[in-house]
Ligand binder design. Structure first.
Ligand code: SF4
Length: 61
């Protein structure tokens, strides 16, 4: 599973990093996916972060 953060949409709130720091990391006030594809053990957390993003900037395929 691959995750993506839309850099135009991300407002740098840090929620995704708080939920799943193994996968998301704030860099220059935007969230970056630091592990792609996301290993199975972190997928649940990454999906939760996607659900909780206030501006729907996170997607996966
Ligand atoms: S939760 Fe969404 S808006 Fe907030 S830092 Fe992560 S990707 Fe950006």
């Amino acid at each position: 599973m691959k995750f993506k953060v839309d850099q135009e949409l991300c407002i740098g709130c840090g929620a995704c990093e708080g939920t799943c720091p193994e996968v998301f990391e704030l860099d220059d006030d935007k969230s970056q996916v630091k592990l792609n594809p996301v290993p199975e053990e972190f997928q649940e957390g990454a999906l939760e972060a996607e659900e909780n993003c206030p501006v729907q900037a996170i997607s996966h395929e």
